[in-house]
Design a protein around this ligand. Structure first.
Ligand code: ATP
Ligand code: MG
Length: 499
């Protein structure tokens, strides 16, 4: 599923689940509305009619009394109208079906009508006894009966109203609960969808970002931890990433191969030049003139520098082509120190520099390092120390314990390195501006190689220096180093240094 489809789908699902509580709430409101409408059109109307019916019956009673007193046609007609109105109200009330009492009130009122006509006739003819008898024995009891019927109707109406209100209240509570529940469910679903969306996007983005950083650090074998065959944009990005890493790795390999071959090919002609130079200096081709001697010496110095550079480049490229591989072997630290002492003793005497080797280790037992490589490192540091320390100065090599490992320190009382340049001394081809005549011999690769070898041993190297006081290099190494292939910073260092 493409990223766009997934986003669209996620948004649709979120929108849908958020609409559900709205629909539920809307339906509940509709039910409530119909309950209220029913209440207004039935119970409310019925109670209005009930009130009017009560008034109408009272009106009938008043006008019936008036017929006996006033004795006019108008009063009789008004009584008839009052009866008709009350009858109509009773009929209306009966239609609401609240209680059968409403129907009976209608019957009672219907029964009064002939009696009132007869009463009016008796009053008109002066038969007051007859009129009184009709009023008391027929009309008054019928009216009372009608009024009595009002009470159960009213009770039934109140009960029905209460039931309807209760029903509406129940509906409201239910709607409230249902809306809250559906809102909670909708929020949970929306959160899940949002989580799924962000996870499915953020994870590959994070992976790609880490991959890019790893490649930038030179770790070209870095693999992405998500399915690179997926059919979305991330799948395509991953394919490009893999292709990019592959091409970079190929370029890196080509570069290392090129440097390796070039430096190797350089060595042969340089050695030939040095050989012939030596023969010329030895007078094999006839004696050199006075003018030619210093020229031949300069050519020799430069050719040696070139040979050394070619050798170092070859060393670097081989080390890198092998992925910075080291081959740890068990060696006695004491043997290594003895050898170094022997090698540099001669140089110290030649230069008039005091050279001391301090063995702070009762521990001078075996360590598991790559002896050739570590010799190269300490040799480089000591060469530098002697190179930058004038006669009368001192160079000290100290080996001591450090936590679980070993600390090797090379200290000299030489020229020192300016603080601003100190951070760069481990970069390839970097030389501080503390060079004197010795500078002609250096290429600025020694410390860079040393750093790579130390790091391949899972150790660290650092430098402290003060101009005019001296320089101290510190190496911290574990005692036991497992053989491993370094691919990351090692390549990056080469690329950075060479550029
Ligand atoms: P190379 O070792 O490749 O022949 P180099 O000695 O100039 O050449 P590095 O060993 O890498 O190169 O050292 C880099 C620079 O650091 C040196 O050129 C020098 O300026 C400075 N440096 C290194 N060691 C010392 C030291 N002990 N005292 C003063 N400066 C030093
Ligand atoms: Mg050096």
């Amino acid at each position: 599923m493409t990223l766009r489809t997934r986003l669209a789908l996620g948004l649709v699902v979120i929108a849908f689940v958020l609409i559900v509580p709205l629909i539920v709430a809307h339906r509940s409101m509709q039910r409530l509305h119909s309950d209220i409408t029913a209440l207004r059109e039935n119970e409310f109307q019925a109670s209005l009619i009930l009130g009017r019916l009560r008034d109408a019956i009272a009106d009938v009673r008043a006008r019936e009394v008036a017929v006996a007193v006033v004795k006019t046609d108008t009063v009789h007609v008004e009584l008839q109208h009052a009866l008709v109105r009350a009858g109509a109200l009773a009929d209306s009330l009966a239609r609401f079906g609240v209680d059968s009492g409403a129907y009976r009130i209608g019957l009672d009122l219907d029964a009064i009508k002939p009696a009132t006509d007869a009463e009016y006739l008796a009053v008109s003819t002066g038969e007051m006894d007859v009129a009184d008898s009709l009023s008391q024995n027929t009309i008054a009891p019928a009216l009372k009966a009608a009024e009595r019927e009002l009470a159960p109707v009213e009770r039934a109406l109140r009960a029905r109203t209460e039931a309807r209100v209760l029903h509406a209240e129940d509906g409201l509570t239910q709607a409230e609960q249902l809306s809250l529940l559906s809102l909670a469910v909708a929020l949970a679903v929306a959160a899940l969808v949002a989580f799924w969306l962000t996870r499915s996007i953020s994870r590959p983005v994070r992976e790609l970002e880490q991959g890019m950083r790893a490649v930038a650090d030179g770790e070209l074998q870095h693999t992405l931890h998500y399915d690179v065959n997926r059919r979305d944009e991330f799948g395509r990005l991953a394919t490009s990433f893999v292709e990019m890493s592959r091409q970079l790795a190929e370029l890196d390999k080509l570069k290392a191969e090129f440097v390796s071959i070039a430096s190797h090919e350089l060595k042969t002609p340089i050695n030939v030049i040095l050989g012939y130079l030596q023969l010329m200096q030895d007078g094999v081709y006839g004696p050199l003139t006075e003018q030619q001697v210093p020229i031949a010496r300069t050519i020799q110095t430069q050719a040696r520098t070139l040979a050394r550079l070619a050798g170092q480049l070859l060393d670097v490229s081989r080390f890198e082509a092998g992925g910075g591989r080291i081959e740890p072997r068990a060696i006695r630290l004491s043997t290594m120190l003895d050898e170094l002492e022997g090698t540099f003793h001669v140089l110290a005497v030649q230069r008039g520099v005091e050279f001391r080797v301090i063995r702070r280790i009762a521990l001078l037992e075996e360590v598991l390092w790559d002896p050739e490589r570590m010799n190269e490192v300490t040799g480089n540091l000591l060469s530098n120390a002697f190179k930058f320390t004038p006669a009368g100065g001192s160079v000290t090599l100290t080996a001591g314990p450090h936590e679980d490992g070993v600390c090797i320190e090379v200290r000299d009382s030489g020229a020192g390195i300016p603080a601003a340049q100190l951070p760069h001394v481990f970069e390839k081809f970097y030389q501080a501006n503390n060079q004197k005549s010795a500078s002609a011999k250096g290429t600025g690769l020694g410390l860079a190689i040393a750093k790579e070898i130390v790091e391949a041993h899972q150790g660290s190297i650092s430098c402290e220096s003060e101009v005019g006081v001296g320089t101290t290099f510190n190496i911290l190494l574990p005692r036991v180093v497992r053989e491993r292939r370094r691919t990351g910073p090692h390549h990056a260092a080469f690329a950075g240094g060479a550029s």
